[in-house]
Design a protein. Structure first.
Ligand SMILES: Cc1cc2nc3c(=O)[nH]c(=O)nc-3n(C[C@H](O)[C@H](O)[C@H](O)COP(=O)(O)OP(=O)(O)OC[C@H]3O[C@@H](n4cnc5c(N)ncnc54)[C@H](O)[C@@H]3O)c2cc1C
Length: 393
C-alpha cells in the first residue's frame, strides 16, 4: 500500500553528497528523509579513488573545495570518529600533477592565478627535483606542480560513516525507493513520488542522485546536459611504501595514491584508451579497455611496477557536465528545490563541503563558500524559466 511520509527535508540519492547533506541537516535538528533507488552508497561514492584533487579542479569549484580543506573535512574526520567511531581516513597529503612534456608544464602554470585567488599553495618543480623527492618517478615525467592542499579520504568509510551518523541524528533512509516525479505545489517543490507509488512531502527537496538527477529534474522541466560515463579503478598488490602524496597526470591519463598498507589505487582517463565522449546521455566506453589503459599510464611514470599484480578493480558512473564542473544551487524559480549533481568525476573530494553548503542553504544561513558560478543555467542559451537571454559568467 502506498504511503505519504513527511519531513522538513527530503534528499534524493544516498551517496556521499546526499548523506553529507542529511548528516548536517539532521544534526542541526531538522527531520530528514533520504530516498535511495537501490541500497545506501550504491553509486560512485563508494567506488571512487578517494582523491581530493584541488589543482586543475573546475575554477568555479575552488571556493567550495577550499571550504572543504580548511573547515569541513578536518571537522568531519574528528566528529564522525566521536559520533559513530568511524575513521574516514581524511588527510591532507599534498599532491603532484605530473607533466610529460614542456608544453604540459606550461599548461600547468596557467592555473597559478586561480590558485592564488583562493590562497592555494602551488609549487613548480622540474623532473630532477621530483625524483629527488620520489626516486621511483621515471624520466618520462619532466616536471610537476605540487599542491599542498590536496589529499584523500576513504570513500566507503566516509559514505557509510555519514549514513550511520545521520541515522543516529534521526534521519530516515528508504532503500529501493526510486524517485520518479517531483510535484510542484503553488510553484514550489513540495512532493516526490516514487516508483513504488509512495509520496514524500517536504519543504525542501535536495536532488543529489548523480546521473539519475537528470531524469528526475526533467519532471520539473530542468535539463542539465550531463552524460554518464563508466569509469574504473584498480588496486595493485602491496609494494613497499614510496609516496604519501596523491599523483595525477596533467592530461588525466592516470590518477591515484598509495594506501597505508602499500597497495596502489589508480584510475585512468582517456589518454591511452580509445574512449569517446559521444552519446547524449551515456558515453560509449568499455571497461575492458580501461584497466589496460590505466595500467599503461601508471607504468609510464612508475616502471618499477612492471611485475606488480593488479589484484582487483571496480567500476562506477560519472555524471559529466560539458565543462566538467558541478551544478550546485537553490533553484530560485522553484522554491524548495536544491540541486547537487554533475560532479564530473571529482565530486567525492567536495562531497563534505557540498553537503554542508546544502544544509546552509536549507537553513538560510550564510554560505561557507562562493557557489555563484555553479548554476546549471550556464549551459543554456537562455533563461529556462523566463526565456530571456541569460547573463554569461
Ligand atoms: C571509478 C571512479 C573513480 C572516481 N575517483 C574519484 C576521486 O578519486 N576523487 C573524487 O573526488 N571523485 C572521484 N570520482 C567521482 C565521485 O565518486 C563522484 O563525483 C561522487 O561520489 C558523487 O557523489 P554523489 O553522492 O553525487 O553520487 P553517488 O554516489 O552516485 O550517489 C547518488 C545516489 O543516487 C541514487 N539514485 C539515482 N537516481 C535515483 C532516484 N531517481 N531515486 C533515488 N535514488 C537515486 C544512486 O543509486 C546513488 O546511490 C570517481 C568516480 C568513479 C566512478
Amino acid at each position: 500500500m502506498s504511503e505519504v511520509r513527511k519531513s522538513d527535508v527530503l534528499v534524493v540519492g544516498s551517496g556521499s553528497v546526499g548523506n553529507a547533506a542529511a548528516y548536517f541537516l539532521a544534526k542541526a535538528g531538522l527531520s530528514v528523509n533520504v530516498l535511495e533507488k537501490e541500497t545506501v552508497g550504491n553509486g560512485s561514492s563508494t567506488r571512487n579513488g578517494g582523491l581530493n584533487k584541488m589543482n586543475f579542479r573546475g575554477v568555479p569549484e575552488l571556493s567550495i573545495a577550499m571550504y572543504g580543506v580548511e573547515d569541513i573535512w578536518p571537522m568531519l574526520q574528528e566528529d564522525l570518529q566521536k559520533e559513530v567511531g568511524v575513521d574516514i581516513e581524511y588527510e591532507t597529503t599534498g599532491g603532484y600533477r605530473c607533466a610529460a612534456t614542456d608544453e604540459e608544464m606550461k599548461k600547468l602554470k596557467t592555473f597559478i592565478p586561480h590558485a592564488e585567488k583562493e590562497n592555494m599553495h602551488l609549487e613548480f618543480i622540474d623532473g630532477m627535483e621530483l625524483r629527488k623527492r620520489i626516486p621511483q618517478f621515471s624520466e618520462k615525467v619532466v616536471g610537476a606542480s605540487y599542491c599542498a592542499e590536496e589529499g584523500r579520504a576513504n570513500p566507503l568509510k566516509t559514505t557509510l560513516g555519514l549514513y550511520s551518523a545521520a541515522r543516529d541524528f534521526g534521519a530516515k533512509f528508504y532503500d529501493n525507493e526510486k524517485a520518479i516525479q517531483i510535484d510542484l505545489v503553488k510553484g514550489a517543490a513540495r512532493r516526490v513520488v516514487t516508483e513504488q507509488g509512495n509520496v514524500y512531502e517536504a519543504d525542501h527537496i535536495i536532488v543529489a542522485a548523480c546521473y539519475g538527477s537528470r531524469e528526475l529534474l526533467n519532471t520539473v522541466d530542468i535539463d542539465i546536459p550531463f552524460t554518464h560515463a563508466l569509469c574504473e579503478v584498480f588496486v595493485t598488490e602491496p609494494v613497499p611504501i614510496f609516496m604519501k602524496e596523491i599523483v595525477i597526470s596533467s592530461t588525466g591519463a592516470y590518477y591515484g595514491h598509495q594506501t597505508a598498507h602499500g597497495s596502489l589505487v589508480f584510475g585512468a582517463g582517456s589518454k591511452f584508451g580509445p574512449f569517446s565522449r559521444e552519446g547524449t546521455y551515456v558515453e560509449k566506453r568499455l571497461t575492458s579497455q580501461m584497466i589496460p589503459s590505466g595500467a599503461k599510464g601508471l607504468m609510464e611514470v612508475f616502471p618499477f611496477l612492471e611485475k606488480t599484480k593488479i589484484i582487483r578493480s571496480w567500476s562506477g558512473w560519472h555524471d559529466r557536465t560539458p565543462d566538467d564542473t558541478t551544478c550546485l544551487e537553490a533553484i530560485e524559480e522553484v522554491p524548495g528545490l536544491y540541486i547537487a549533481c554533475g560532479f564530473s568525476g571529482h565530486g567525492f573530494g567536495i562531497a563534505a563541503p557540498v553537503g554542508k553548503v546544502l544544509s546552509e542553504m536549507v537553513m538560510g544561513e550564510p554560505l561557507g563558500a562562493d557557489i555563484s558560478q555553479l548554476r546549471f543555467d550556464r549551459f543554456l542559451p537562455m533563461d529556462p524559466f523566463t526565456g530571456a537571454d541569460r547573463v554569461k559568467y
